[in-house]
Design a protein around this ligand. Structure first.
Ligand SMILES: [Zn+2]
Ligand SMILES: [Zn+2]
Length: 408
């Protein structure tokens, strides 16, 4: 039998529809902020991700879907959107012609993680990249854009955490402090963290095992005056518009972040992040472009959808049309089409089955109402309108059906 590849999933019906709804909400907000769509390829040279996402990250070290193509090139399915977006920005010469750009993308990403509950190897991300603006206003706008999408889509049960990672001037001293602090408890670190302590000490604070034990007493980031001023200004612009919390242990899992980083979480754990991002002022240059600042974020679409579905499960209004006997089939069919024509979702038409089987199907498809044509009083033109939840039924003239259902 044909079988789904482990770690992948089919997205069907309501699960697909909620994603489409999220995409529409995002597009609406992107338009208000002036962000334009960027469609980038699914496949890039593997090297692109090694150099940008960072070779000390889990994504590049363990989770990348890399393969060799027929021409002997090593390619990778994109694990995230930013490297491709920045490549496209540089390669299409925006850096010279029009460096101030706001892009958004909606697309599937791939990570070859060990399959586990709720984690898939292919997932959808919606992301934004604001390029060419070093001002704190860009950081604040990026965060508020994301909050507006959540609001438009209907996710309310989340918290926003922000932090500043500093810049090339002030980060090295912080790294040293952090390595010293963590080294004192080195034997107790998990294997992964022992290994990355020197290379990427920030990630230890992010670790599921070690983070909670070490984060609270970790040395505070000492920002240089320019970084401190930038971070203060970002907070000032956010105050009164959204609730947020400063979290010095927030580091994000990628190498390229500088200054502001942020995360939107449902619940408190880092694994519950539905979106996150930050400033990446050095990335464009490190990828071969000029020295151009940028800030961006990405949202896990499935996670955002799950957050909303959990908060307010929504039921579609469907009317099921059934026919009692052959002589009514055509009228029943015409009523079904008339309902659709009037903007009411209608299902049915299973007229070769008896009425019991048809009503069973009405139940299965989650219909709120059933319209039953035929039976005793059919000659005088009534149809039976049955509310499928409490189950009461009333007779009604066929001609009044559409108007009655519209009112409901
Ligand atoms: Zn600094
Ligand atoms: Zn660890």
């Amino acid at each position: 039998m044909a079988k789904l590849v482990r770690g992948f999933k089919d997205i069907i019906g309501a699960q697909a529809e909620i994603l489409t709804e999220l995409e529409s909400s995002a597009r609406k907000i992107f338009k208000l902020y002036g962000a334009r769509e960027l469609r980038i390829p699914t496949v890039e040279l593997k090297e692109l991700f090694v150099k940008s996402t960072g070779d000390s990250t889990d994504i590049v070290q363990k989770e990348m879907y890399a393969f060799e193509d027929g021409g002997g090139r090593t390619l990778a399915l994109r694990p995230e959107g930013t490297p491709g977006a920045v490549r496209a920005y540089i390669e299409n010469n925006f850096t010279q012609a029009a460096p101030v750009q706001q892009f958004f993308y909606i697309g599937n990403m791939f990570r070859a993680e060990r399959p586990q509950a709720g984690r898939y190897r292919e997932f959808e991300q919606i992301g934004a990249e604001l390029l060419g603006n070093a001002a704190p206003a860009a950081d604040a706008a990026a965060i508020l854009m994301l909050a507006d999408i959540m609001k438009e889509f209907g996710v309310r049960n989340y918290g926003v955490k922000i932090n500043s990672l500093g810049c090339n001037d002030c980060r090295p001293a912080y790294r040293r402090d952090l390595i010293n602090y963590l080294s004192s408890g080195k034997e107790t670190l998990c294997e992964k963290c022992k290994d990355r302590l020197e290379r990427n000490p920030l990630r230890v604070l992010d670790c599921k095992i070690d983070g909670p034990r070490f984060a609270a007493a970790a040395p505070a980031q000492k920002l240089c005056p320019a970084c401190a001023e930038h971070f203060e200004e970002v907070q000032k612009l956010l105050r009164g518009k959204i609730d947020f919390e400063i979290d010095n242990s927030l580091v994000r899992g990628l190498d390229y972040y500088t200054r502001t980083v942020f995360e939107f979480r449902v619940g408190d754990a880092a694994q519950n992040a539905i979106a996150g991002g930050g400033r990446y002022d050095g990335l464009v240059k490190s990828m071969g472009g000029p020295d151009i600042p940028a800030v961006g974020w990405a949202m896990g679409a499935e996670r955002a959808a799950a957050a909303r579905a959990a908060a307010e499960p929504k039921k579609d209004f469907i009317v099921y049309v059934a026919s009692m006997d052959k002589t009514c089939n055509e009228i029943a069919f015409n009523i079904m089409q008339a309902l659709r024509g009037a903007g009411i979702a209608a299902q049915g038409g299973l007229f070769d089955k008896n009425i019991k089987a048809q009503m069973k199907q009405a139940d299965k498809c989650g219909a709120a109402y059933a319209v039953i044509i035929g039976g005793d009083e059919f000659a005088n033109n009534p149809a039976a309108l049955k509310n499928l939840q409490p189950g009461e039924q009333k007779r009604i003239m066929q001609a009044a059906l559409v108007e009655t259902l519209k009112k409901i």
